[in-house]
Design a binder for this molecule. Structure first.
Ligand code: FMN
Length: 373
């Protein structure tokens, strides 16, 4: 129902997203999408590339007179850096960087120059995902759903965000250069990023994506590939460098007894109510009306100033990696990409449950069966 694909290389003319299935009648302009792209570019620890780019979306199709028309959207994010690379003679890369797609991609596609793999494997591709995701965020906002994110940990520094309500975590994160709602932890995160940079090293961390205002019953228990927890996990796991996804405090829950984990039900004014949300908003592969809480683990950035052992593909000899321009830490940026992927997945689940030829029909059906708690 909602499908999207991206195309484009890191130093090509631009990144493109095709987004098919957005209902007609959604007011949409580039100004709605650019702020999310700007957030993806920010974050303490990012490299020089972000100083070159000032991402701006061009809506090439699917919008007429400021509204979607039910046709596929074509979104272009031009690469300003393209002008610097277009005529540059770059010697072939022969030293695969550990932690990157370089070696496996070169073998698979029979490419001698590892740069040809890196161009597409690069997380620059996430600019296109965020452009599409920002459309989904706007659609969800029209359905009463808010999606947000924040950073929970960078390297060894972990923030205690539990005392803060979700909306506050999200709004405080918007004021932090590391997207962390807790000021003291944010300070220690910046110090950790600085120390890693001095050592020529990199860091990863944890980010949370949250959503609230969700109706009961998005997704389904009835078939494995309709389970929303599985689809959200796949969407978030597809982000470059994300290697773990947790729904609610899943790993902590696994150490406890069932009676300490499951969210007990009590009678309430509007029907059954829970006093806790350790399930992270999903039971049986469906939303249960509680806020969605997803945590993702991002590995440390693989490109490091400090050389790592590798081989030269020409000689087969042991050599060291050659440094390429790189972020030292990109967890705040990855959190924004996480928001985009979660918003796209939730928007798809909405359209499945309520249908989606036009925004007004979608809103009417949602209003008719509104089971939000
Ligand atoms: C927003 C974002 C920015 C990234 N920036 C860099 C970077 O500057 N340098 C780098 O080596 N890896 C960076 N990465 C991670 C790599 O793209 C990723 O590790 C690599 O493509 C291999 O994919 P995999 O880690 O999923 O196996 C970034 C990831 C994200 C999500």
């Amino acid at each position: 129902m909602l499908r999207f694909m991206t195309a484009g290389e890191s130093h090509g003319p631009g990144l493109v997203a095709l987004l098919d299935g957005i209902p007609a009648g959604l007011p949409l302009a580039a100004d709605d999408l650019d702020p999310m792209l700007a957030r993806r570019q920010q974050g303490y620890g990012r490299g020089k590339r972000q100083q070159i780019e000032q991402d701006h979306v061009e809506i090439l199709a699917g919008v007429i007179d400021g509204n979607t028309i039910g046709a596929p959207l074509a979104l272009l994010v031009p690469n300003r850096d393209y002008a610097n690379w277009r005529d540059r003679e770059v010697p072939p890369w022969r030293r695969p960087r550990p932690g990157h797609a370089d070696l496996a991609g070169a073998i698979k596609y029979d490419l001698d120059d590892l740069r040809l793999v890196a161009e597409r494997a690069s997380a620059r591709e996430t600019a296109a995902r965020v452009a599409a995701g920002a459309v989904a965020v706007k659609l969800l906002a029209n359905l009463g759903v808010r999606v947000g994110s924040y950073v929970r940990a960078i390297g060894p520094v972990r923030a205690d965000v539990e005392p803060l309500p979700l909306p506050e975590r999200v709004s405080l994160a918007l004021t932090s250069s590391v997207s962390c709602p807790d000021k003291a932890s944010a300070e220690r995160m910046r110090a950790a990023i600085d120390a890693a940079q001095v050592a020529g090293d990199s860091l990863g961390g944890l980010f949370d994506v949250v959503a609230w205002g969700l109706p009961v019953g998005l997704g389904s228990h009835a078939q494995w590939d309709r389970r929303l927890d599985a689809r959200l996990a796949a969407a978030v796991m597809s982000i470059q460098a994300v290697k773990g996804v947790e729904i609610g405090p899943a790993f902590a829950n696994a150490r406890l007894h069932g009676t300490a984990v499951h969210d007990a039900l009590y009678p309430g004014d509007g029907g059954p109510q829970r006093r806790t949300n350790r399930a992270g908003g999903l039971e049986g592969g469906m939303t249960n009306g509680e806020p969605l809480l997803i945590t993702a683990a991002m590995k440390p950035i693989p490109t490091t100033m400090a050389p790592q052992p590798t081989i030269d593909l020409g000689s087969g000899q042991s050599v060291e990696t050659e440094y390429q321009r790189s972020d030292g830490c990109a967890v705040p940026a990855a959190a924004v990409v996480g928001e985009a992927m979660v918003a796209l997945t939730l928007a798809e689940a909405f359209l499945e449950r309520y249908g989606g030829d036009s925004l007004t029909a979608l809103q009417r059906r949602l209003g008719a069966g509104d089971e939000r708690s």
